[in-house]
Design a protein around this ligand. Structure first.
Ligand SMILES: Cc1cc2nc3c(=O)[nH]c(=O)nc-3n(C[C@H](O)[C@H](O)[C@H](O)COP(=O)(O)OP(=O)(O)OC[C@H]3O[C@@H](n4cnc5c(N)ncnc54)[C@H](O)[C@@H]3O)c2cc1C
Length: 368
């Protein structure tokens, strides 16, 4: 197999996945990112999108709003995440206990809508309608006001922060070079220009997320807000989604009795702090899952903008003459779909992706 040198710009979840799979195929990898190698929130910079994310891996629940291609990419990514977790000796928090969807009785229609979408796509079998008793055995600490729920046994979640740490320990030492805290000023086929020098590669892979918006005119940012709390008094072990006509709020378990509550979705490229309205909505939803959350301690409130194209689906764009590949528009699905997207990109790079593959529709060609 042809071994290529890759310059990956952006070490968010997409860049990480491309590098990880490229190394396992014997390619050589150099990273460039304007953030520090380990972003732990103590830096003065704004926390990058991949670290603000909730890390839910829910290909079926997402069908409520997303296209089938997202669900397919996500479904194929789950076993890849399992493989990564195994290769990393379980050194980051990854769980595949499934996910729960609940609604308050007055919002039951939202759950029916999700069921209808699943039926439309012949995916009704991916979830179980569970009674109050079964719900209680799955998640005893959920409020007793929920009379029933949907249980998606095959979904999962990952903790982005612990994945980042594990990635730095396991993958970074295998790279040719890493240029963190380095602003990339320009990229083109085979070439990267930074404030420190010029570099050339067989392929440049642009994984800059919203940072690529000058080169990708149709890319926009969709604001999302999350709150992290610590609640030793409550034990919820799976992501729980609360369906609501105006918003969908989820609570995702994190290590050390922490929970991430997310996320708003606002059509705006606004990076200002979490609004009072959003905080009230997120925290009220949390409280309605279990009133003991009232004693939780708020650890963080974070904001980021998801990189999205008009369709809200991702694109892998290949330059006509070779030498540059852009992958972007992961929107609210970066963790869910990046493993499979990285495989698709690397297969296509060496001309191995069949044109009848369902994933071919993510690929496009551009004169660059
Ligand atoms: C609130 C919220 C909740 C979310 N929850 C989930 C979830 O539960 N599940 C899920 O699958 N997805 C979720 N997402 C979506 C996910 O975070 C994004 O899809 C993902 O981060 C996109 O990854 P990326 O690598 O393409 O871009 P990014 O994560 O933005 O990474 C791009 C990297 O490139 C670097 N960069 C940019 N420009 C330059 C430059 N000029 N020079 C050098 N470096 C540069 C940036 O610093 C960054 O490190 C959520 C997002 C938000 C905001």
């Amino acid at each position: 197999m042809q071994k290529l040198s890759l310059g990956i710009v952006g070490a968010g979840v997409m860049g990480k996945m491309v590098g990880l799979f490229a190394l396992s195929r014997g390619h050589r990898v150099t990273y460039f990112d304007n953030n520090p190698i380990l972003f732990d929130g103590t830096q003065e910079k704004i926390i990058p999108c991949s670290l603000v994310a909730a890390g839910m891996l829910s290909p079926f629940c997402e069908l409520e709003k997303a296209d089938l291609i997202i669900s397919k990419l996500g479904e194929d990514s789950l076993p890849l995440w399992e493989g990564i977790s195994k290769d990393f000796d379980g050194s980051f928090y990854f769980d595949r206990k499934g996910g729960i969807v609940v609604s308050h009785p007055e919002d039951k229609n939202e759950v029916f809508n999700l069921l209808r979408k699943l039926k439309q796509h012949n995916l009704r079998h991916v979830c179980e309608e569970v009674s109050k008793i079964k719900l209680n055995s799955l998640e005893p600490d959920l409020s007793s006001s929920f009379m029933e729920a949907l249980y998606f046994p095959n979904e999962g979640h990952v903790d982005p922060l612990s994945f980042q740490k594990a990635f730095v320990e396991k993958i970074i030492p295998q790279c040719d070079e890493c240029h963190f805290n380095t602003e990339v000023l320009d990229i083109g086929p085979h070439k990267i220009e930074t404030n420190k020098g010029h570099y050339s590669f067989d392929y440049v892979i642009d994984c800059r997320g919203l940072g690529a918006n000058k080169d990708l005119g149709s890319l926009r940012g969709v604001r999302g807000e999350v709150i992290k709390v610590q609640a030793p008094g409550v034990k919820i072990s799976r992501p729980v989604r609360l369906m609501h006509p105006r918003y969908q709020i989820y609570v995702v378990p994190r290590p050390k009795d922490c929970y991430l509550i997310g996320a708003t979705s606002l059509e705006s490229e606004d990076f200002s702090p979490v609004s009072v309205r959003s905080a009230l909505e997120l925290l009220s939803a949390l409280y309605s899952l279990n009133s003991s959350f009232s004693e939780a301690r708020i650890l963080e409130m974070n904001v980021q903008c998801r990189p999205a194209f008009t369709s809200n689906n991702p694109k892998i764009i290949f330059s006509k003459g070779g030498g540059l590949i852009r992958v972007n528009g992961l929107y609210r699905h970066g963790y869910l779909i990046s493993p499979k997207l990285a495989e698709v990109l690397l297969d296509r790079m060496i001309g191995n992706l069949e044109s009848h593959s369902p994933f071919f529709e993510c690929c496009s060609w551009e004169d660059l």
